[in-house]
Design a protein around this ligand. Structure first.
Ligand code: HEC
Ligand code: HEC
Ligand code: HEC
Ligand code: HEC
Length: 254
């Protein structure tokens, strides 16, 4: 199956899941939507990666941040994503900076490589039942969103309304400690990442003397940022629409 068809299917499965079960849409994405067991394109065997976008705040790529993986899906196709619930970085809460303590107090363990990232606020694994995959339980529809903001901007938050006495009391969801399992952890103790070796090589750029992979040409489902995946999909959709617009042949009556 080509990569784009796979992502389109993943998106549809994600949508179906919302209605059918009390599960988040990433249940439909499945493990293999985000991780590829054999043909990964990024660290932690990630299946998608957006190499197209720069962080409007730092003017640098999202390298080393999980953002580049999330944006492989959650960005418009013309900016290197798959057009699934796209978010726009120019209008998004800033990420990728070492936090200024006058603006936010973020414990080190909620940063990725010392910087704020998508995963500082979200834990996107299907085991997270929180609204919008947020790390804090803000109620079924996010009605208690202050509780999320409190984790880093408590000076702005009404403690009574959030039901906490001190910032350390806020419970943060994580699935990143396999020994402890998934669940809520104290803010200062929660683990949002594990350091692992970055050995995944971008396909097509293997050094000459490396053992050849089990194919010689790049398969069509491999992430190829120079191709606009949405364009291919649009062509297919157009062709299908043309087909169904053709008047049906009426059977001849003898
Ligand atoms: C929506 C995307 C998404 C889905 C779906 C997903 N993961 Fe992940 N996974 C991530 C992210 C993000 C990370 C952390 C990457 C990082 O910190 O660099 C991760 C990391 C991991 C890790 C490494 C953990 C570590 O300690 O470093 C494992 C193992 C893993 N996922 C397994 C799974 C399994 C099993 C499933 C299916 C139940 C799954 N993932 C589904 C996004 C996803
Ligand atoms: C392989 C594609 C893929 C990747 C990668 C991915 N997502 Fe998603 N995500 C989806 C799909 C599909 C949906 C459902 C879209 C819809 O409802 O239209 C979704 C929905 C969401 C939602 C909305 C949840 C809701 O309940 O409505 C959030 C929040 C989200 N993703 C966050 C993330 C974050 C953070 C990352 C990176 C760690 C990430 N996603 C990576 C495919 C992906
Ligand atoms: C400061 C915390 C924070 C950070 C950082 C953050 N998000 Fe979110 N995100 C939220 C909150 C809160 C919501 C729910 C409110 C909303 O939909 O506007 C949300 C909603 C979303 C949604 C669903 C949007 C929709 O249309 O319903 C997606 C997708 C998403 N985030 C992806 C990401 C990705 C990808 C990143 C990193 C590039 C990221 N988020 C970084 C807090 C954050
Ligand atoms: C995981 C920690 C974390 C969470 C949770 C968080 N923020 Fe932030 N926020 C930060 C960091 C870090 C900065 C940037 C500080 C800097 O510029 O160095 C920031 C910056 C901001 C800014 C200034 C933006 C700008 O353009 O200058 C606003 C406003 C803000 N956050 C609001 C919120 C709101 C509202 C919420 C809850 C929905 C929230 N934040 C949740 C860490 C967080």
């Amino acid at each position: 199956m080509n990569r784009l068809k796979k992502i389109a299917m993943v998106a549809i499965l994600g949508l179906l899941n919302v209605g059918a079960y009390a599960a988040g849409p990433h249940d439909g994405v499945t493990c293999l939507g985000c991780h590829s067991a054999h043909f990964a394109v990024d660290h932690k065997i990630f299946a998608v990666k957006n190499t197209n976008q720069k962080n409007p705040l730092t003017k640098k790529s999202f390298d080393k941040l999980v953002a580049k993986n999330c944006l492989g899906c959650h960005q418009l196709a013309e900016y290197g994503g798959a057009g699934v619930k796209p978010i726009h970085m120019h209008t998004t809460h800033p990420i990728g900076m070492v936090p200024n303590p006058k603006i936010a107090s973020v414990p080190k363990n909620m940063l990725k490589d010392g910087k704020l990232d998508c995963v500082s606020c979200h834990e996107a694994h299907p085991s997270n039942k929180n609204f919008m995959y947020l790390r804090v339980d803000t109620g079924a529809t996010g009605e208690n969103i202050q509780k999320l903001c409190a984790a880093c901007h408590d000076a702005k938050v009404d403690y009574d309304s959030v039901g906490i006495k001190k910032i350390q009391d806020i419970k943060i969801f994580s699935a990143m400690d396999q020994e402890k399992g998934s669940g809520f952890f104290m803010r200062d103790e929660v683990r949002i990442e594990n350091q692992t070796p970055e050995y995944v090589k971008p396909l097509g750029k293997l050094p000459e003397n490396d053992l050849a992979p089990n194919y010689t040409a790049q398969p069509d489902w491999v992430y190829a940022p120079e191709i606009n995946p949405q364009a291919e999909l649009n062509k297919e959709i157009e062709a299908r629409e043309k087909q169904s617009a053709k008047p049906k042949e009426t059977p001849k009556v003898k």
